[in-house]
Design a protein around this ligand. Structure first.
Ligand SMILES: [Zn+2]
Length: 128
């Protein structure tokens, strides 16, 4: 995915673990999401009952990875531009984004509290 920001920078999404990307799920789809996970868990249980014991460990590993992706179709991905802080949120069912401009200088709002390398986000500040 390639997204041109109005500040002149380009946002690329070509890898995993992006600090400026998140996944959000509408609250009104909580029950639908839970039902999807329950259906996948039931399918996993059925498959395990029918699987030979020797393959159980590999099968469980694969199935747990699959379970981790359950309900992903109900999620959307917001992106934050590092430079300008604009938030791009994919619109449901459309190939378009809503764009929000920040009123503060906070940046890294979609990043994990600490980056994968253990460092704290360094670009946070408050214009209070
Ligand atoms: Zn920008």
């Amino acid at each position: 995915m390639r997204l041109a920001c109005s500040c002149g920078t380009i946002l690329m999404d070509q890898t995993d673990n992006l600090p400026n990307k998140a996944h959000v799920r509408p609250d009104e789809l909580d029950h639908t999401y839970a039902d999807a996970i329950a259906a996948d868990a039931e399918q996993i249980a059925r498959r395990h009952r029918a699987a030979p014991a020797a393959k159980a460990e590999d099968l469980l590993k694969d199935d747990l990875e699959m379970l981790g992706m359950s309900g992903v179709q109900y999620e959307r991905s917001p992106y934050e531009r590092d430079q300008c802080g604009r938030l791009y949120i994919a619109l449901a069912g459309a190939d378009a984004f809503a764009v929000y401009v920040p009123e503060t200088t906070f940046r890294g709002v979609l990043a994990a509290l600490h980056h994968v390398d253990g460092s704290a986000p360094s670009n946070r500040s408050d214009d209070g």
